[in-house]
Design a protein around this ligand. Sequence first.
Ligand SMILES: Cc1cc2nc3c(=O)[nH]c(=O)nc-3n(C[C@H](O)[C@H](O)[C@H](O)COP(=O)(O)OP(=O)(O)OC[C@H]3O[C@@H](n4cnc5c(N)ncnc54)[C@H](O)[C@@H]3O)c2cc1C
Ligand SMILES: *[C@@H]1O[C@H](CO)[C@@H](O)[C@H](O)[C@H]1NC(C)=O
Ligand SMILES: *[C@@H]1O[C@H](CO)[C@@H](O)[C@H](O)[C@H]1NC(C)=O
Length: 541
Amino acid sequence: MQSCEISSDSTDDPLSSGLRSHRQPRIVVIGAGLAGLAAAKTLLENGLTDVTVLEASDRIGGRVLSVQQGQATLELGATWIHGAHGNPVFHLAEDNGLLEHTTDGERSVGRISLYTKNGVAHYQTNNGKRIPKDLVEEFSDLYNEVYELTQEFFQNGKPVGAESQNSVGIFTRDVVRKKIMLDPDDSETTKRLKLSMLQQYLKVESCESSSPSMDEVSLSEFGEWTEIPGAHHVIPGGFMQVVDLLVQAIPARVIQLNRPIRRVHWNRSVRQEEITDAGDHNGDRRATPLGYPVHVELEDHEFVPADHVIFTASLGVLKKSHESLFSPGLPEDKVLSIEKLGISTTDKIFLEYAEPFWSPECNSIQFVWEDEAQLEQLTYPEELWYRKICSFDVLYPPERYGYMLSGWICGEEALLMESCDNETVAETCTELLRQFTGNPNIPKPRRILRSSWGSNPYIRGSYSFTRVGSSGCDVERLAMPLPYAKSTKAPPLQVLFAGEATHRKYYSTTHGALLSGQREATRLIDMYQDLYNAETTKPNL
Ligand SMILES: Cc1cc2nc3c(=O)[nH]c(=O)nc-3n(C[C@H](O)[C@H](O)[C@H](O)COP(=O)(O)OP(=O)(O)OC[C@H]3O[C@@H](n4cnc5c(N)ncnc54)[C@H](O)[C@@H]3O)c2cc1C
Ligand SMILES: *[C@@H]1O[C@H](CO)[C@@H](O)[C@H](O)[C@H]1NC(C)=O
Ligand SMILES: *[C@@H]1O[C@H](CO)[C@@H](O)[C@H](O)[C@H]1NC(C)=O
């Protein structure tokens, strides 16, 4: 791992009041997603008991959201536990009996796998034809081979050449296209089909990385994201069961819902007048004690004093509002990292049917637009947003889900989808399915349910990626606590940062979020442990 230069220009603050006095330090966690809940649980289990979690929305879980629809549990957010041994979310789920016995059949093969235990992916063209299985397989092998090459840039420190070429999308399109064009056995028609499939694969890939397009994903950093080996597990009872396990360990008084925070005042920047004014505003004259280094101001102008704040709202929230969220503003290099790193929206569209119109061995319907074979970029004018829907998965087994399709869309087009009403999206999807399967009799779905992560003001995107021009060092800078400290011996640790986007190897995942929350809690626990040790070993004068 490359080492990062992190600026440390400010001097150490005197130790905050909580450290010197013998009262419990007050710790406020912002956000009740996996990172915030894992942080709170870890703090409480290690004897730091004055913990409050402030959550803006009316529910816990953040980007984990399981919705009961009839007999089915649908995941609007996280679905899979990626990898088994070594994944803390896997162990939590496994140890608590949330997983079904799984077989190797669920193990994924290659980057984009065609086969699952319930069948094979159907690649359909906009002319209503299915692409023959052997052709799909041939292309898939070619794609996965090039995917392996993309990993080498980070892993072997391979230079990418021109910075303008430092893009997974540009590299992949370039190399795969050359290989397709050089194949002497393929007819022009086959070449064209393969070129169109490449575009579809790149759409699937950008939905997986939650980027607007793979052209924006950094090639030199792509391989730093680390895959934990093992199957991808779903939790039959819903991913929310993992959230519930964390919450069980946290007393009810700790978590406060419907408490959006407006601003974090750190570096002892709050003035007595501000707090008093706020009290008057609410008709609440309780004096909020100064003396705390941090004050969290809520949307309703209430001030919550704290020794430490663990901030877990998403990179999307930081991009949009970091200027208003922190006073004083964040250090310049942290702001730069926030701007450089990427986050975009990946949304799901669930369509429920009374009867399946697909064959029993079909695990998904993939949309291949033949007229996109030669396109250099996959961005569309607004009215063509639906071209970004890359596929519909068949949810399996039917005893659990009924007849349910789960569609994927990402980027700006996902935001356009979010802005449409249910009826429009259902009709658009029906037209697409009719066109690509060549079956004009496909009925409208009985029900539609979709996510809206991009327009959710407290989420603003699905998960982060390393955008061209950013690196793992930006992730580290995002995670650096404030104020920056020269010594790590007794840093003031006023504002700490956790959340999916702050994990260098596991960003974009539930385990990354969980581990980041534990990491920041541990930072505080270790500091108090050191302080305690220093006090008890101090010679008596
Ligand atoms: C569609 C989708 C599919 C995914 N699929 C997978 C998957 O299959 N496997 C996987 O491992 N991961 C997946 N993920 C990623 C995973 O869900 C996230 O990485 C993880 O849940 C993020 O947790 P977090 O605690 O970092 O952030 P969040 O869950 O976003 O929690 C942050 C919390 O902060 C709150 N907040 C924001 N602003 C404020 C404010 N001003 N005041 C107070 N509170 C505030 C938010 O409401 C939120 O509850 C998926 C995500 C999405 C969206
Ligand atoms: C924090 O406060 C100190 C003392 O008031 C000041 O010198 C310093 O510039 C402040 N730091 C920031 C980042 O505002
Ligand atoms: C779409 O349907 C869901 C319920 O399935 C509902 O909660 C939502 O408000 C509807 N949205 C629009 C824009 O009609």
